[in-house]
Write a protein that binds this ligand. Structure first.
Ligand SMILES: O=C(CO)[C@H](O)[C@H](O)COP(=O)(O)O
Length: 213
C-alpha cells in the first residue's frame, strides 16, 4: 500500500490564524483541509492564498456540498483545490456533479459518508460513479456524543473498492496506528494537532507514528 497521507484539518474561522497554523505544521503533513466553517467564513480567497503559499501541498476544501454539486464546486477547483467534498446524503446526482467538476479540473472528489444510513451502498454507488475518495467521518457533534469512525472504517475497507479511504473523527496519537492498519489511505487530524500546546510537535508525532506502521 502507498504511504498513507496525513491531512491537517484547519478549523479556525480566522484567515490569518489559518495560514499561520498551516505554516507551522507544513513539514509534517501532506494535505491541508480547509474545514467547513473556515471555508464558509473565508471563501475562495483562502483557497487562492493557501494555493499560492503552498504549491506543493494537496489542498482539500471541505465544502460538504448538499446540492448544485457541479456549480458549487467548480470555482473552488478553479481556485486551486485538489479535492472537494460532497455529502453522500445529498444523493447520487449531486455527487456526480462534483465528480464532473473535479474531472474537468484534473482534480478529485471525496464523498463524505457522514450521517449516511447505508454507508456500504453509498460507497459502492459513488465509487461506481467515479469518485476518487470515500470519507468515513464522525463529525464533531457525533464525537461529543461518544461516536467514533472505527467500525465504519472496517466495513468500508473490507469492500476493496477502487477508491482511496479517508478517515476523520477525533483521530489522535493513541489511535492513528490502528487507523492505518485498518486500511485508511488518508488520515485526517484536527483537534489533536490544533488543540495541542505545540501543533508542530503534535503533527511531527503523528507523522512518526504513521510512518512507523
Ligand atoms: O470535518 C470536520 C468536522 O466536520 C473535522 O475537520 C474533522 O472531523 C477533523 O477534526 P477532528 O480530528 O478534530 O475530528
Amino acid at each position: 500500500m502507498a504511504r498513507p497521507l496525513i491531512q491537517m484539518a484547519l478549523d479556525s474561522l480566522d484567515f490569518d490564524a489559518t495560514v499561520a497554523l498551516a505554516e507551522q505544521v507544513a513539514p509534517h503533513v501532506d494535505i491541508f483541509e480547509i474545514g467547513t466553517p473556515c471555508i464558509k467564513h473565508n471563501g475562495v480567497n483562502l483557497v487562492k492564498a493557501l494555493r499560492a503559499k503552498f504549491p506543493d501541498k494537496l489542498l482539500l476544501v471541505d465544502l460538504k456540498t448538499m446540492d448544485a454539486g457541479e456549480y458549487e464546486a467548480t470555482p473552488f477547483y478553479a481556485a486551486g483545490a485538489d479535492i472537494c467534498t460532497v455529502l453522500g446524503v445529498s444523493g447520487l446526482a449531486t455527487c456526480k456533479g462534483v465528480i464532473k467538476a473535479a474531472n474537468a479540473h484534473g482534480a478529485e472528489a471525496q464523498i463524505d459518508l457522514i450521517n449516511v444510513s447505508d454507508k456500504v451502498a453509498c460507497a459502492r454507488a459513488t465509487a461506481e460513479a467515479g469518485a476518487q475518495i470515500v470519507g468515513i467521518h464522525t463529525g464533531l457533534d457525533a464525537q461529543a456524543a461518544g461516536d467514533t469512525p472505527f467500525g465504519d472504517l472496517n466495513d468500508i475497507a473490507r469492500l476493496g473498492l477502487p477508491v482511496r479511504i479517508s478517515v476523520a473523527g477525533g483521530i489522535k496519537q493513541s489511535t492513528v496506528q490502528d487507523v492505518v492498519r485498518a486500511g485508511a489511505n488518508i488520515i485526517v487530524v484536527g483537534a489533536a494537532i490544533y488543540g495541542a500546546p505545540s501543533p508542530a510537535e503534535s503533527a511531527r508525532e503523528i507523522r512518526e507514528l504513521v510512518d512507523a506502521v
